[in-house]
Design a protein around this ligand. Structure first.
Ligand code: NAI
Length: 480
């Protein structure tokens, strides 16, 4: 705590560097800056107490300062132990008008390289205002903040936290420990918190999947907006963002020539499509694996070989998981790979690659080359290189997606926050997507910067195809 502000970041003296990068990013985020201008006077988020859990990067810093510019009181954490950019976190804490000694910005609890107990401690701090109260809005990426509140409420209702099962993941054990300590101090903390929240806006495919599960069983505690499935999010961030940041992550990690290598992308959804193009653009020979016949056919018609892991495990050079599913590459697979094969994941969680199994291989050794780059040495002497310990490599080894694409995602986030906060009564405890006219608005805010000249429909043409001159231009079922 300093100057009355509670926070925990790596190094506040990085704030000036962070502020410089924020300033450059603002110019590349026209959607967010347009929303700041549009809502400067009306302050639609005045009274909102937003708890945010989303990679604490330069781009997220511009989102945070957009939310505060619209009147919100904000607290923040990263949704991944490796994704924080420490200079961005410092700049947000210091704030545009503060100093290192007297910060006036937003409380951030995030640094690059947290342990799992630290990560969940940060999440609890983010959810706990200095007066002990909770947030009234959530902004989540992957659903960890949402999960903590739902699990906390469930255990408080039951009156006890279950004891840790040896089959639980290390991370779930950490969550149980945290909630056990919380329950001992305050037996209704998370229940009250859940009741006080007007809604959550969720950033990613994996978090959205968790929300639909909760809604299906009737356990969702508050309304949710699925930001991921705005067209201007998943068809841009997931695809073009990964097309940029996948090779960025691989290059910063290992700097091997990608041209001519054989690369395998697991999953040909939005992320996989961007990843495959990213590596093809560098001259790799790309192979795709899929379970869905539609996506497999898309991959084939986009010119990729579609195979199974077993067909290529011994011959490929680079393996990237992008499925949002678990157990995609197992320890036994990694044992069969070529010497110095590169293995990484760009899906949300670290269970796509069997890291726990890898560590348990008889006689295996781990040699850390540098943070987030590990060489695993098998007993026969051959090695593989694992990026970011199997966590999102584009954020662990590089700096995630660049500003312009995140401006699209975060404009959707900002609009979704305004929706749920100002029109709470119109939403039930279900999962919603933003209406198409708002999706089109987000795209429109990014056209001028790219010099795009849109053609205007005549009234006659609009009538002929059955739309309004000012949009929406497509029915809801259109897929882009
Ligand atoms: P998606 O649902 O569009 O694509 C996933 C694809 O994987 C699907 O086509 C599915 O059929 C396929 N798949 C599932 N199980 C498989 C298996 N066992 N083998 C091969 N393919 C399999 O999801 P999307 O939007 O592409 O997201 C994927 C993951 O990436 C999610 O966890 C999401 O949260 C995350 N994500 C990460 C980003 C980053 O910057 N690192 C950005 C956006 C999303």
């Amino acid at each position: 705590s300093r100057n009355g502000l509670d926070f925990k970041v790596a190094d506040l003296t990085l704030a000036e560097f962070g502020r410089n990068e924020l300033r450059l990013a603002e110019h590349e985020m026209p959607g967010l800056m347009a929303l700041r201008a549009e809502y400067a006077d009306s302050q639609p988020l005045r009274g909102a107490k937003i708890a945010g859990s989303l990679h604490m990067t330069v781009q997220t810093a511009v989102l945070i300062e957009t939310l505060t510019a619209l009147g919100a009181d904000v607290r923040w954490v990263s949704c991944n132990i490796f994704s924080t950019q420490d200079h961005a976190a410092a700049a947000v804490v210091v704030g545009p008008n503060g100093t290192v000694d007297a910060p006036t910005g937003v409380p951030v609890f995030a640094w690059k390289g947290e342990t799992l107990p630290e990560y969940w401690w940060c999440t609890e701090q983010m959810l706990t205002w200095p007066d002990g109260s909770g947030p009234n809005m959530l902004l989540d990426d992957g659903g960890d903040a949402t999960l903590l509140i739902h699990k906390g409420t469930e255990f408080e209702k039951a009156g006890a936290v279950p004891s840790t099962d040896p089959n639980d993941s290390e991370e779930y054990g950490v969550i149980l420990d945290l909630l056990r300590a919380s329950l001992a101090k305050d037996s209704t903390k998370y229940t009250r918190m859940g009741e006080g929240i007007k809604g959550v806006t969720e950033e990613t495919t994996t978090g959205v999947h968790r929300l639909y599960e909760l809604a299906k069983t009737g356990d969702l505690l508050f309304p949710a907006i699925n930001v991921n499935d705005s067209v201007t999010k998943s068809k841009f961030d997931n695809k073009y963002g990964c097309r940029h940041s996948l090779v960025d992550g691989i290059n910063r990690a290992v700097d091997v020539l990608i041209a001519g290598k054989v690369a395998v992308i697991f999953g040909y959804g939005d992320v996989g499509k961007g990843c495959a193009e990213s590596l093809r653009g560098q001259g790799a020979r790309v192979i795709v694996t899929e379970v869905d016949p539609i996506c497999a056919l898309q991959a084939a018609m986009d010119g990729y070989q579609v195979a199974r892991l077993e067909d290529v495990v011994e011959t490929a050079d680079i393996f990237i998981t992008a499925t949002g599913n678990k157990d995609i590459i197992m320890a036994a697979d990694m044992a069969k790979m070529k010497h110095q094969a590169i293995v990484g994941n760009i899906g949300h969680f670290d269970n796509e690659i069997d890291m726990a199994g890898l560590a348990k291989v008889d006689g295996i050794k781990r040699n850390t080359i540098k943070p987030q780059v590990d060489e695993w040495i098998f007993p026969d002497g051959h090695t593989i290189i694992v990026l970011s310990e199997g966590r999102l490599l584009n954020l662990g080894n590089a700096t995630g997606h660049p500003s312009f694409v995140m401006s699209n995602s975060f404009s959707n986030q900002t609009i979704a926050q305004i929706e749920l906060f100002t029109k709470t009564d119109e939403y039930e405890k279900q999962v919603y997507v933003l209406p198409k006219h708002l999706d089109e608005k987000v795209a429109r805010l990014h056209l001028d910067a790219l010099g795009v000249r849109l053609t205007e429909l005549s009234k006659d043409q609009a009538d002929y195809i059955g739309v309004h001159v000012e949009g929406p231009y497509k029915p809801d079922h259109y897929r882009y």
